[in-house]
Each structure stands twice: as structure tokens, then as C-alpha cells.
Ligand binder design. Structure first.
Ligand SMILES: Cc1cc2nc3c(=O)[nH]c(=O)nc-3n(C[C@H](O)[C@H](O)[C@H](O)COP(=O)(O)OP(=O)(O)OC[C@H]3O[C@@H](n4cnc5c(N)ncnc54)[C@H](O)[C@@H]3O)c2cc1C
Length: 533
């Protein structure tokens, strides 16, 4: 049997990051990816001849700068173009909220809705940056063990508490608000324009089964502010070559450090001896040995599918039942023969290079959520659109474009209906809604791909189609992700580790779970002699 120091289940970006760090430390590493292509939810695929799509994730911000540095990702092809604008067209066909990288331009635009809000915006941005500075170090740490009396664990808790206490009171209260309020309530503390509040609140519902008025969504909003591009905090960017470009650069870095990567190599189960992991069995029956196995698959797949039945404490497995996946998002990818033309802002402009939201009012967004609460997809959904070909023409033939639409809500469980019957009606609802703002859209469509949460579960292995391997709600974050007893990358099985978005600090193209997971493996393996070198 061939053996490695470490096998990583899953070649999504987190699995690849883990491989990069382990190989860089001199370990003999193998990545086993089930699909034909690397990247998982961050993959680029040519699903229509000549057109390349970021099939699932489409923009990046959270990718940790130290990972980019440590793995030298730019040398391996990583290139990210900053998104210069956030555009929210209004249903009157005349106005739009357009915030851009030019502060005067943003001021002028927002002032059309509220002069006061235009003045408050820069202060809000500064406050978010200050809060993110406090929260960010938490992204790189192993959550403390709340049940331990180990002095190191107590010290970690003490440091967190001290950091919080030394913040100035205004900031401290704001952190508490962000951790407890709804996105809309929080934003209403700052702004008065309903249009601006609606356009900003949508960052609070991405990947959740909650509405913009539901408590807990202010934290999701903060999560989406925590990134940076080229040192610019809160900035989002478009990876050249799609989000698969990110995964491929990480894969190349890992390979340059000596990692082996196999695609179409699905892991069927773990090989165990007692409660010690000895390797994996692939779907084709091949057995491969390892001292450590890191799973970047989600917690349900890891603990319910990969671990043979009867190996885990049933009470803990029961707690996993209460971990919320309940996917709420869909994706519609289109190939079009021309640039989309918005009624309210015709022609080419900065608004097409950035992030576009169909979110005309808070009530509109809440109604979209109401549909989902009762088991239907939103008839008039929130849509987040990007047209990557405006900045990266390599994604389509000359003059043609791809349009990526991230959509909410698309509940995993439909009432009395099946997604296999409803898929195209959902796609129609998305196109019909967009066509109200882009009248020429329907005629321009050459091809469309509709991904429901069920499709995402089937194709990408994400349980119930949850885009973050489990909701980013507070009760399943930090030392509770995925559940209290298994929140620190290790598991009850010796040699089995978690390194995907289902562990702290959660989902998004961040790489942190992979990086921290690898660090914990290295700590453990260092204490034992490498067996396979
Ligand atoms: C529709 C959608 C849109 C999104 N948009 C964004 C966005 O714009 N920006 C952003 O930052 N985040 C976005 N996200 C979230 C982000 O993409 C994910 O949180 C992140 O990519 C997850 O990375 P991962 O490596 O943890 O897991 P995954 O990407 O899920 O990778 C896990 C890998 O494991 C493989 N696997 C599973 N089981 C096995 C097995 N038994 N054997 C071998 N391999 C296996 C899977 O095939 C997969 O490749 C989006 C996600 C989705 C689904």
C-alpha cells in the first residue's frame, strides 16, 4: 500500500491550502479530489464552448494575505482585479445607487438619495475597518477550548477579553450590536435612505436562511467586510480566470512544494484501526495509507459518510443533526452575445465592472425571504450579478460575455415540489426579474445554467447546498463550529482532522481553515517521527 504523511480529502481551495502548507513543511502529501477539476466551490469550468464560468463562487476578498505571501501565489498565477463599484439599479428605471472607488463620485450619487447618508458613508467605512481590525486576529486562531483548565487555553480567553475591554466604548458597543442585530436594524442606526439601506443589507443574508430583518444578519454583514485586496480593507476583487484561477494557483504552489494531487479520486471511507486513522479507501477500491487525514469536505460528509458507522459517539453525532446547513442560495450562469444594458444607466461604465445587486427595497428583500420561509423559491429574488468578462475578456469569445447571478432565496427543501421539476421555473424567475432592469437581456442569452441547492449538493458535495458548509450564524461559529466538541480541527479519531469551511473561521474563499488545520497537524506530527520519508 502506498503511504503518505498526510492525505487531504477534497481539492477545494481549503484542501489545497492545507496541502501547500504541509508540503512546504516537508511532508509527503496527497490531495484526493472527487471531481474532474480542482477548486470545489471555487472552480472555473467551460460549461458552454468558448465561455468560462466561475460556476459557484465568483468574487474574492477574504483570502488571507499571509497565505498569498507564504505560498507565493502571484508567482503561481494568482491575479485579482479590484471591483471598482457597487451598483444597485432602482425599479423606476431612472435612478441607481452607485458607490465606486472614487469617493467624490460615491458622495454625489448617494447624496441624490440622502445628503446626510453621503456624509456618513466614509465614517461608517472607517468604523467597519476598526471593528475588522479587532475581529481579524480571531480569524487566524484556533478557537479556545471552553472546557479546558489548561493555562494556554485560559490565556487565550483572557487575551480576547482584554482586547475587547481595551476597545473604546463606542466601538465595543458597536461590536455587540453587530453580533446581535439584524443587518437592517444595524444599518438604520447609521443611515436614513431606504434605498441605500436595502442595497447594503444584502451582505447580511448571503448564504443564510434569514431575512435582512432577522437578528444575526449584522454579523454576516461584518463577515463580508473582513477581507482585503492588495492591502485595501473591505475591498472585493475579481480573480483573473475566474475563482478557479485562485484554486489553480494554490494547487501549483502545493505541487511546487512537492504535493501530489489527484482528481477523479473520490474518497469512499477512512481506513481505521481502532480509533486511529490509517488512511483512506478510494471509490475505486484503492487503499492509501497516511499518518494524518485532513477532510475539507463539510462536517456532514466527513462524520456521516467518510467515518465508518459506529466509530463516533452517538450523542455527538446527534448534536451534528442540529448543525444548520439548510441551503438558501442558487446560481444562474449565462453566456450572452452582448453587454447587458441597464435602463437606468445605459452603455458601458464603471457600474458594469463591479458588483450589481437587485435589491430595490427592504420590503422587497423580506418578501423574497417570505417565499422561502414557506417552502418556495423567491418569485422576485435578490440577485447579485457580476459580468467578469468586462474586466477579464479571456472568459468568453471576443465581443461576448458571461453573466454570473447569485440568487436568494432558493430553499433546499421545497414544499410539495421537487427541484428537478422546478429548476427551470426558478431560472425563469431570475431572468424575468433581471429583464425588468435590462430589457434586452432575454434576446442576448445564448446559454444558461441553473444551479439549485440540490444541484450543488449533488455536484459539489455540499450538504443541502449550503455555500459555506453550514450557516455562519453565531451559534455555529468559533468554538461551536461545527459543534463544541469538534471545533478545534482535531476529531475524536486520532489522525483525522478537519480543514474545510465547516470549521472556524468558516466559509468564503478565505483559506484560513486549511491553513490553521495544517498548522495543527504539523504540531501533532512534529511530536512523532515522520514515518514515510
Ligand atoms: C454558489 C456559490 C457562490 C459563492 N460565492 C462566493 C463568493 O463569491 N465569494 C466567496 O468568498 N465565497 C463564495 N462562496 C463560498 C465559497 O465558495 C466556499 O465557502 C468555499 O469555496 C469552500 O471551500 P472549501 O475548500 O472549504 O470547500 P469546497 O470548495 O466545498 O471543497 C471541498 C472539496 O471536497 C471535494 N470532496 C467532497 N467529498 C469528497 C470525497 N469523498 N472525496 C474526495 N473529494 C471530496 C469536493 O468535490 C470539493 O472539491 C460561494 C459558494 C457557492 C456554492
Amino acid at each position: 500500500m502506498k503511504t503518505y504523511d498526510a492525505i487531504i480529502v477534497g481539492g477545494g481551495h481549503n484542501g489545497l491550502v492545507a496541502a501547500g502548507y504541509l508540503a512546504r513543511a516537508g511532508l509527503k502529501v496527497l490531495v484526493c479530489e472527487k471531481r474532474y477539476v480542482l477548486g470545489g466551490c471555487s472552480a472555473t469550468e467551460e460549461i458552454y464552448p468558448g465561455f468560462k464560468f466561475s460556476v459557484c463562487s465568483y468574487v474574492v476578498s477574504l483570502l488571507r494575505p499571509e497565505i498569498i505571501r507564504d505560498l507565493e501565489l502571484p508567482r503561481h498565477g494568482l491575479e485579482i482585479l479590484p471591483l471598482p463599484s457597487t451598483f444597485c439599479p432602482q425599479p423606476d428605471g431612472k435612478r441607481s445607487i452607485l458607490r465606486t472607488d472614487d469617493s467624490m463620485e460615491s458622495y454625489r450619487n448617494v447624496a441624490q438619495f440622502s445628503r446626510r447618508d453621503a456624509e456618513v458613508l466614509p465614517r461608517f467605512a472607517r468604523q467597519m475597518t476598526r471593528i475588522c481590525r479587532f475581529v481579524k486576529p480571531i480569524l487566524s486562531m484556533v478557537p479556545p477550548d471552553m472546557d479546558s483548565w489548561n493555562p494556554n487555553e485560559l490565556l487565550k480567553l483572557l487575551e480576547l477579553g482584554r482586547g475587547f475591554r481595551t476597545m473604546d466604548p463606542e466601538l465595543r458597543y458597536d461590536v455587540i450590536k453587530l453580533f446581535t442585530m439584524s443587518a437592517v436594524d444595524y444599518l438604520e442606526d447609521w443611515f436614513e435612505s431606504p434605498e441605500l439601506i436595502a442595497s447594503m443589507s444584502v451582505s447580511g443574508i448571503i448564504g443564510t436562511f434569514l431575512g435582512v430583518r432577522s437578528p444575526g444578519t449584522a454579523y454576516v454583514l461584518l463577515h463580508h467586510y473582513m477581507g482585503e485586496i492588495d492591502g485595501v480593507f473591505r475591498a472585493w476583487g475579481l480573480p483573473v480566470g475566474g475563482t478557479g484561477g485562485i484554486s489553480l494557483s494554490i494547487a501549483r504552489a502545493a505541487q511546487a512544494f512537492g504535493a501530489e494531487i489527484r482528481t477523479e479520486a473520490g474518497v469512499k471511507q477512512l481506513l481505521l484501526k481502532g480509533d486511529q486513522v490509517r488512511g483512506v479507501v478510494l471509490e475505486n477500491g484503492e487503499e492509501i495509507g497516511a499518518r494524518a487525514v485532513l477532510s475539507s469536505a463539510d462536517p456532514f460528509v466527513t462524520f456521516k459518510k467518510l467515518v465508518p458507522e459506529g466509530q463516533l459517539d452517538p450523542r455527538l453525532l446527534d448534536s451534528l443533526k442540529h448543525y444548520k446547513f439548510r441551503g438558501s442560495s442558487g446560481k444562474v450562469n449565462m453566456a450572452v452575445d452582448r453587454l447587458p444594458e441597464f435602463t437606468c444607466l445605459p452603455g458601458m461604465g464603471k457600474h458594469l465592472k463591479g458588483d450589481i445587486s437587485i435589491a430595490p427595497s427592504v420590503d422587497y428583500l423580506e418578501r423574497a425571504y417570505d417565499d422561502a420561509k414557506y417552502g418556495n423559491f423567491s418569485r422576485r429574488p435578490f440577485i447579485n450579478v457580476v459580468v467578469p468578462t468586462v474586466s477579464d475578456p479571456s472568459m468568453a469569445p471576443p465581443g461576448k460575455h458571461v453573466i454570473s447571478c447569485f440568487v436568494q432565496y432558493a430553499p433546499y427543501q421545497l414544499k410539495d415540489k421537487s427541484w428537478d421539476d422546478e429548476r427551470e421555473s426558478f431560472g425563469d424567475a431570475v431572468v424575468d426579474t433581471l429583464a425588468e432592469y435590462i430589457p434586452g437581456l432575454k434576446k442576448s442569452i445564448l446559454f444558461r445554467q441553473v444551479l439549485t441547492p440540490l444541484d450543488m449538493e449533488r455536484e459539489f458535495g455540499i450538504t443541502e447546498g449550503n455555500i459555506f458548509h453550514g450557516e455562519l450564524s453565531l451559534e455555529q461559529m468559533f468554538f461551536l463550529r461545527p459543534i463544541a466538541a469538534w471545533a478545534r480541527y482535531r476529531t475524536p479519531l486520532q489522525g483525522l482532522y478537519q480543514c474545510g469551511s465547516g470549521v472556524h473561521p468558516g466559509g468564503g474563499i478565505m483559506g484560513a481553515p486549511g491553513q490553521i488545520g495544517a498548522r495543527e497537524v504539523l504540531k501533532d506530527l512534529k511530536q512523532k517521527r515522520p514515518a514515510h520519508r
